[in-house]
Design a protein around this ligand. Structure first.
Ligand SMILES: NC(=O)c1ccc[n+]([C@@H]2O[C@H](COP(=O)([O-])OP(=O)(O)OC[C@H]3O[C@@H](n4cnc5c(N)ncnc54)[C@H](OP(=O)(O)O)[C@@H]3O)[C@@H](O)[C@H]2O)c1
Length: 382
């Protein structure tokens, strides 16, 4: 049997502990845990007892560590440690979409040059096998569009709000279930979904875009009232991430027709639909949670082990600017009793007494329109 791969962890929290628990159940995988980086050595942990350190170099510069598993979260210092591990000739498996969205192209190039692996299956879609199919299977097809729900926390919150829970209460429930981070702002403001969409664009459309260039709106302004009203019109609100081959992309709370497959997505589920040759391919499953995410991490560890001698496969991609997104929108007054004079919206289309449905209209134009008038809301249509 091959020499076991010795793993050093950056982080021993929710995902890290679930990963080591899962790893220790495997008898056929030649891998063992050497050490894990944490901030607080005294914190009680449910995972198997392993050597802990507060010195990152005990992981990334440790000659007894062959493979670094980054499950610490945050952009810094995770980026520095991942970079240093690669420079030290170690393969890296990361669950960190923030690092991969902002620094992925540099780190993948570095890993390529150093002849080590950098894998990130858990960074998008939690427990769904998503990165590997995009990198290997779908890489070869001319994908026209990708549309999905990429954040389990916000999907859970919106589902709970549909059952009548106010936003704050729904958020507290998501935190109690371990879906939301202690600081949930990246989830609820849409940044987490944007980072994941950046990675998907890289894999599917083969160009680089900065996460900051993708138009983004979170769910923090969505109210139970909005949800109830659009339900009467046949829609559910989902935080939809979408990107098109022509170079358009956005993440926005979006009106999804109630009979659309994405409208049925509940709880912390994630879903990604790929449009290829006028056909839909769906990747779906639990988008968050320790054990599900740990399975994705472990599958990457397995791939690093079995492909140790094959070398990395990533290539450097061109940077591209996005085209403006111009979806159709539904606009409505926040106060349902407010009488709206249709002529106030000459630039927009149908009026049914409660809302307007626009022609395809650029995001910026709608934003400006809203900024100039108080008391209106707008949601893009799927
Ligand atoms: N949780 C999920 O469902 C999920 C799903 C998909 C992807 N992910 C990704 O997986 C990663 C880990 O998430 P998690 O939920 O496991 O996070 P977590 O429970 O907060 O665990 C983070 C771990 O990293 C350690 N850590 C954080 N910052 C550190 C620093 N500056 N120096 C040393 N140690 C540090 C913490 O140490 P202490 O324990 O001492 O505080 C903790 O052990 C993140 O990138 C996250 O986005 C999570």
């Amino acid at each position: 049997m091959a020499q076991p791969v010795r793993i050093g962890l950056l982080g021993y929290g929710t995902v890290g502990q679930a990963f080591v628990t899962l790893l220790k159940q495997q008898t056929a995988l030649p891998a063992e845990v050497e050490i894990a980086l944490v901030t607080d050595l005294g914190r009680p942990r449910e995972g198997p007892p392993i050597p802990l350190t507060t010195d990152a170099r005990e992981v990334v510069a440790n000659p007894r560590v062959d493979l670094v598993v980054d499950v610490m979260g945050g952009r810094y210092p995770a980026y520095q440690w991942v970079r240093e591990a690669i420079l030290n000739g170690k393969s890296v498996v990361t669950a960190n979409k923030e690092v991969m969205a902002y620094h992925g192209s540099e780190l993948l190039q570095l890993a390529f040059e150093r002849g080590v692996h950098l894998r990130y299956e858990a960074s998008v879609g939690g427990g769904i096998p998503l990165i590997e199919p995009l990198l290997s299977h779908f890489r070869w097809g001319p994908i026209d569009a990708v549309i999905g729900v990429l954040n389990g926390t916000t999907n859970f919150i919106l589902s709970a709000m549909e059952k009548g829970e106010p936003y704050e209460q729904a958020l507290a429930m998501a935190q109690a279930k371990g879906y939301a981070e202690a600081d949930p702002s990246a989830d609820v403001l849409g940044y987490d979904a944007v980072r994941k969409l950046t990675l998907i664009i890289r894999m599917v459309f083969h160009f680089e875009v900065s996460p900051d260039a993708i138009p983004c709106r979170g769910i923090d302004q969505v109210t139970v009232d909005d949800i109830v009203r659009v339900a009467h019109w046949g829609y559910r609100i989902k935080l939809i991430a979408r990107a098109y081959r022509g170079g358009r992309a956005m993440v926005w709370p979006t009106l999804v027709p109630a009979n659309h497959r994405l409208a049925f997505l509940e709880d912390n589920q994630n879903s990604l639909c790929l449009y290829l040759w006028s056909q839909e391919y769906w990747l779906e499953g639990p988008g968050a949670g320790g054990p599900a995410t740990a399975l994705s991490v472990l599958s990457d560890v397995y791939r690093v082990i079995v492909q140790r001698d094959l070398g990395p496969r990533e290539t450097v991609l061109p940077v591209r600017e996005l085209q403006p997104m111009a979806p159709e929108w539904i606009l409505f007054p926040v106060d349902p009793d407010r009488v709206v004079v249709p002529t106030a919206f000459p630039e927009f289309g149908l009026w049914n007494g409660q809302y307007f449905r626009t022609e395809p209209t650029p995001i910026g134009q709608v934003e400006q329109w809203l900024a100039e008038r108080e008391g209106f809301k707008a949601y893009p249509l799927l």
